[in-house]
Design a protein around this ligand. Structure first.
Ligand code: NI
Length: 392
C-alpha cells in the first residue's frame, strides 16, 4: 500500500471526513434543494483556505479553487462530487440515519462529498502541485441534470478546467479496489411514453370497440424485438416498459392506455435506432389493432464517455495507491445514467468506481456508504491532483 495513505495530512483529513459523512447522512436533501449541504460544503472549503469559494453555481452547486504553491503552471483540473440524496425511506437503523423521513443518502453522495472535502483539506494544506485544482460539488445528480445546470451557469467558461474527474462508489466491488474503463462507462438514459387511443365500450360487445389494452399489450411485447432483433448482439441496449395505465371498471373497455418506460444505450447510433423503432413499433402495432399511438421520446443524460488517456491515468493513480491487482482497468460499463456525462462532453476526463464492499445496492433503503472507503477515495483524489499537476 502506498505511503499516501499514511501521510499525516491525509490521516487528519480521513478523521474529519468521517464526521462530515455522518453529518451529511443525517441531513439528506433532494435534487437542487441541497441548501444546507451546499452551505456546509462551502463553510468547510472556506475554512481550508481555498483561494475562491463560489456558491449558487447551477442554483445550488459549489465550486472552489486551490492554486498550487509553485504557481507557475496554467494547468487546471476539476474534481467533482455530487451532493443530493433520494426520496427513499431509510431502513438502515444506523445511529446516524436520516432525520428527514422519506429522504436518504441511498447513493452514497454523502460519502462522495466527504471524500472530496477531505481531499480539499489535504490539497489546500500543502499545495504541493503546480497549477489549479477546481473542486466541483454538484446538486441534482439524481435525475435533475445538475451537472448540465452548472455548465450552463459558467462552470467551464468561468473556471476553465482542462479536464474533469469523477468518482462513484460501487457496491459489490471490495473496499480498497478501483474500477474504470476507457470509452463508455455509463449509459445514456432516455424515457418514452406511448399514448394509445382506441374506442371504448361494453366489455361484452368487444367487436364494437378498438381495445387500447390489447394494443398496449401487443406494443409491450413488440418492443422486446428492439433489443433481440434490431440491435447488434455485441452492442448493449435496454428497453424496459415500467408503466402501463388503463381502465377503470371490470366490465368496460376503456378509450385509452398509456405505456411508458426507459431506454439505456452506450452508443449514439444505437440510441437513435431505438428511438426510431419505438415510434415505428408503437404506431404500426396500434394501427393493426384499430387504434392510434402517439409517442413521445425524451433524451435525458448522454453516455458517460471516458477519455482513454485519462482513464489510463486514473488507473495508474489508483494502482500506485492500492496495487495493480486491486485495479480493474477494463470494468464493464453500467447501464445506469450519470450526469457527469455533461462534464465529459465539455472536457476530456474520466469517471471511476471505488469499492463499497458487500453493501446493499445503490438506491435501496438498506444501502449505506462504507466508511472504510473514505481513506482510499481521499488519497486517490489527492494523488490524482498532485500527479496531474506535478512540476515539469
Ligand atoms: Ni449516485
Amino acid at each position: 500500500m502506498d505511503l499516501m495513505l499514511h501521510d499525516s495530512r491525509i490521516a487528519l483529513a480521513i478523521d474529519e471526513s468521517l464526521g462530515w459523512r455522518h453529518h451529511l447522512h443525517e441531513r439528506p436533501e433532494l435534487l437542487y434543494e441541497v441548501h444546507e449541504t451546499a452551505a456546509f460544503v462551502a463553510a468547510r472549503l472556506s475554512s481550508f483556505g481555498c483561494d475562491e469559494v463560489a456558491t449558487g453555481i447551477g442554483r445550488t452547486g459549489v465550486v472552489a479553487t486551490i492554486r498550487g504553491r509553485r504557481g507557475e503552471s496554467s494547468r487546471r483540473i476539476a474534481l467533482r462530487a455530487d451532493m443530493d440524496a433520494l426520496p427513499i425511506l431509510e431502513e438502515t437503523g444506523l445511529a446516524y440515519a436520516s432525520k428527514t423521513s422519506g429522504v436518504m443518502h441511498a447513493c452514497g453522495h454523502d460519502g462522495h462529498t466527504a471524500m472530496l472535502l477531505g481531499a480539499a483539506r489535504a490539497l489546500a494544506e500543502t499545495r504541493a502541485f503546480d497549477g489549479t485544482v477546481i473542486l466541483v460539488f454538484q446538486p441534482a445528480e439524481e435525475g435533475g441534470a445538475g451537472g448540465r445546470a452548472m455548465i450552463e451557469d459558467g462552470l467551464v467558461d468561468r473556471f476553465a478546467p482542462d479536464a474533469f474527474y469523477g468518482m462513484h462508489n460501487l457496491p459489490g466491488l471490495p473496499v480498497g479496489r478501483f474500477a474504470m474503463r476507457p470509452g463508455p462507462i455509463m449509459a445514456a438514459t432516455d424515457e418514452f411514453s406511448i399514448a394509445i387511443a382506441g374506442r371504448g365500450g361494453h366489455a361484452a360487445i368487444p367487436n364494437r370497440t378498438a381495445d387500447p389494452i390489447l394494443a398496449g399489450a401487443a406494443i409491450v411485447q413488440a418492443l422486446q424485438q428492439i433489443v433481440s432483433r434490431n440491435t447488434d448482439p455485441l452492442d448493449s441496449l435496454v428497453v424496459s416498459v415500467t408503466q402501463f395505465h388503463s381502465g377503470f371498471a371490470h366490465n368496460v373497455i376503456p378509450d385509452e392506455a398509456l405505456v411508458s418506460g426507459t431506454v439505456r444505450s452506450l452508443r449514439g447510433e444505437t440510441r437513435d435506432a431505438a428511438e426510431r423503432r419505438i415510434h415505428a413499433i408503437a404506431e404500426g402495432t396500434a394501427l393493426a389493432h384499430g387504434c392510434t399511438a402517439t409517442t413521445s421520446y425524451v433524451r435525458n443524460y448522454p453516455v458517460t464517455v471516458n477519455d482513454a488517456g485519462a482513464a489510463a491515468f486514473c488507473g495508474d493513480v489508483a494502482a500506485r495507491l492500492v496495487g495493480e491487482a486491486q485495479v480493474d482497468r477494463a470494468a464493464p460499463p453500467l447501464m445506469a445514467g450519470e450526469d457527469f456525462a455533461y462534464m465529459l462532453e465539455a472536457r476530456p476526463g474520466a469517471y471511476v468506481f471505488i469499492g463499497n464492499g458487500p453493501s446493499a445496492n445503490l438506491h435501496q433503503a438498506r444501502y449505506d456508504f462504507d466508511d472504510r472507503a473514505l481513506p482510499f477515495g481521499i488519497a486517490y483524489w489527492v494523488s490524482l491532483a498532485e500527479t496531474a499537476l506535478a512540476s515539469a
